[in-house]
Design a protein around this ligand. Sequence first.
Ligand code: HEC
Length: 186
Amino acid sequence: MTFPISRQGLEQIAIALAVGAAVFGLFALVRWRRGGEWQRFAQSTGFLGALIVVSLGIAYTIAPNIPTPPVPLTARFAQNPTPDNPATVAAGRALYQANCAVCHGPKGLGDGPAALTLNPRPFNLQVHVPQHAPGELEYWIDNGIPFTAMPAWGAVDPDTGKPKLTETERWEIVRYLQALAAGTAS
Ligand code: HEC
C-alpha cells in the first residue's frame, strides 16, 4: 500500500497547524476583552487547536504500531550473492557508516543523531537483524519501509539516474549487519 504523504510529512503539517492555532489563540485571547466577534473567534480557534492536539495524540499513538508490510516470498528467500568474507564485511561497514549510521547509530543500536526526531524511531538492528532472513533485510533496504523515515535505497536518484545503493552494495551491508549482530564485525 502506498500513501501519498509520509508519516513524517503528516506530522510536520500537524505541528505547523498546531503552532499556527496557538498563535491565533493567543492573539484572540489578548483581544478577548473587546467582546463580541473576538470572543467567538477565540472560541473557534480554541476548538480547532483542541481538535489538532487530539489528532496529533492519536497519530503518535497509532503510528508506531502500524505493522511492517509483508515481504514477498521470492525476496525473502533470495540468497546473498556477495562472498562471505572480511572484505565484504568491510565494504558493507563503510557503506553503512556513510549512509545509515545517522539514523541507526554507529553500532546499529538505533541511537544515530537523527533518530531522536523520528517516529517510529529506528529499532536496535543488533536485536532485529538475527530475527529476519537476509532476503527480508535486503528487501527493506531496497524498498524502504512505508510510514517510516526508512528510505528506499534501491530507488533511482533523479540526479544521477542510478540507484542510491546498487544491489551488490545492499547485500554487502546485509553481510556487515549480520556480522555486527554476531559480534564479529570489528
Ligand atoms: C532517515 C533515517 C534512516 C536512514 C538514513 C536509514 N534508516 Fe533504516 N530505518 C529507519 C527507520 C525509522 C526504520 C523503521 C523502524 C525499524 O524497523 O527499525 C528503519 C528500518 C530499517 C530496517 C528494518 C529493521 C527491522 O527489523 O524492522 C533495516 C534493515 C534498515 N532500516 C537498514 C538501513 C540501512 C542498511 C540503511 C543505510 C543504507 C538505513 N537503514 C538508513 C530510518 C533510517
